[in-house]
Design a protein around this ligand. Structure first.
Ligand code: COA
Length: 424
């Protein structure tokens, strides 16, 4: 049995943020029914395509373990089908542009009328306020949530990160809200609205920078490199390059081969409790007792010099050799792993964090599996559905429509053609 077995999700999500949330729910065992527009479906099916006529990796990697029904929810008979689904599902998840669900005729009040136990979970770009009506994508959220202003180097542009903290990050937040609401419903019997704004999600992940903003009002941020470099602070948290976000100074340092390999680097942390071990490893035993180096406070203005010395040592070895030596002495570090290295990593394959998935049109592809492991609810990653693959199955089994009713829906154009492969 799976943790969320018996929970049925009406998945009205598209692109990335919403689908990451419903994919997690599916991995935890919920029956996730993805409602898509006939003909086109989720726009990502056709974006960044690498194999002609196959659903893109963008789509397949975000929609595992779901069923797909095609339904024109603006058509009167399509709306009637959606109403029946609302009555039979536990949770509706959506990330349409603000107001789209209301325009379709499914306001919170209407959904409550149809099913007072339904949880309606929404992702929007912004919460209530001046920007509430804006459409938002990943990088907009990174820029407006505090990530971009605090990422990059002091003398460069604000930077967005490769980690999709706006989309996938908010999907995670929403997922937690949904399971929490499901838990509360076991006591109240009532549904509720669950909202996660992408700006809020990014700001939550940038919490430490808001911490530093307040510390800045009381003096310079001594653990930032610019302090040691004698550069004055302005009135807001600066970009801090690869400085550690916490109290243990860290940097990315070159390893052997960095001239040719863009990822021959390691993140090195000068954690205070292992300072003596660091001094031994890099061949500076005198720094253990020298008052200029012996305490964290004394080291702060000298971090550039200290990391330059450590880098002299890291450059003599490749990143994995550095890691082996440091790990054996409990010194925290992180080699910069490329996507190629991660894709090929046998330990990630063994835990199911990287999985190979079989798809009838595209063949075998790699995906990230469920990063959250439950001992009593293991995840089996199943391929994403083809567009409308389960339309007939859902109409007949979940809604108990007979063949004539389904034929009428097909004639009216409210449901699309079933996917070719499914039909075969
Ligand atoms: N049948 C009929 N119509 C459908 C449908 C279906 N099955 N599914 C969607 N639609 C309609 C919607 O009702 C909407 O119609 P309307 O504009 O007439 O009200 C229309 O399709 C387009 O939806 P919308 O959400 O506006 O898509 P978009 O491509 O213009 O915008 C986003 C995309 C992501 C910018 C926008 O959805 C958004 O801001 N979402 C919230 C934030 C978010 O999640 N962003 C990150 C995405 S990774």
């Amino acid at each position: 049995m799976k943790a969320l077995e018996g929970v049925r999700i009406l998945d009205f999500t598209h692109v990335q943020s919403g689908p990451t949330c419903t994919q997690l729910l599916a991995w935890f065992g919920a029956d996730v029914i993805k409602v898509e527009r006939p003909g086109t479906g989720d726009i990502t099916r056709g974006q960044l395509c690498d194999i002609p006529a196959a659903d893109s990796l963008y789509f397949t990697m975000l929609n595992h373990n779901k069923r797909s029904i095609t339904l024109n929810t603006k058509d009167p008979s399509g709306k009637a089908v959606l109403e029946e689904m609302i009555k039979r599902c536990d949770v509706m998840v959506e990330n349409f542009a603000p107001g789209a669900l209301d325009r379709m005729g499914f306001s919170w009040e209407r959904i409550q009328e149809l099913n007072p136990a339904m949880i309606v979970a929404s992702i929007k770009g912004f919460g209530p306020g001046p920007y509430q009506d804006c459409k938002v994508y990943e990088n907009v959220a990174q820029c407006t949530g505090g990530a971009a202003s605090t990422t990059g180097f002091r003398d460069g542009l604000p930077l967005v990160t490769g980690a999709q903290i706006g989309d996938s990050g908010t999907g995670l937040h929403l997922c937690l809200g949904i399971v929490t609401a499901l838990y509360q419903r076991t006591k109240t019997g009532r549904g509720q609205k669950v909202s996660a704004a992408m700006q809020d999600g990014v700001l939550n992940l940038c919490r430490v920078k808001l911490r530093d903003q307040q510390r800045l009002a009381r003096g310079p941020l001594e653990e930032y490199s610019q302090y040691g470099e004698g550069v004055e602070f302005g009135d807001s948290v600066p970009r801090a390059g690869n400085d550690s976000g916490g109290g243990q100074p860290g940097r990315i340092l070159k390893c052997k081969g960095w001239e040719d390999d863009p990822n021959a680097y390691i993140y090195f942390i000068t954690q205070a409790p292992v300072w003596e071990a660091i001094c031994d490893v890099i061949g500076e035993p005198g720094w253990k007792t020298d008052p200029d180096y012996a305490t964290p406070k004394a080291r702060l203005p000298r971090l550039n010099e200290i990391f330059a010395r450590i880098e002299e040592w890291t450059q003599t070895l490749n990143k994995f050799e550095v890691m082996d030596i440091l790990n054996s002495r409990d010194i925290p570090c992180g080699p910069i792993l490329s996507m190629k290295e991660l894709a090929e990593d046998p330990s990630l394959r063994a835990t199911g964090t990287v999985v190979e998935v079989e798809h009838p049109v595209r063949g075998t592809y790699l995906s990230v599996g469920n990063p959250v492991k439950l001992s009593d609810s293991p995840t089996e990653v199943l391929r994403s559905p083809l567009l409308g693959e389960h339309t007939y199955e859902i109409l007949s089994e979940v809604l108990q429509f007979d063949d004539q009713a389904i034929a009428r829906l097909q004639e009216s154009g409210a449901i699309g053609e079933p996917a070719k492969i499914a039909a075969e």
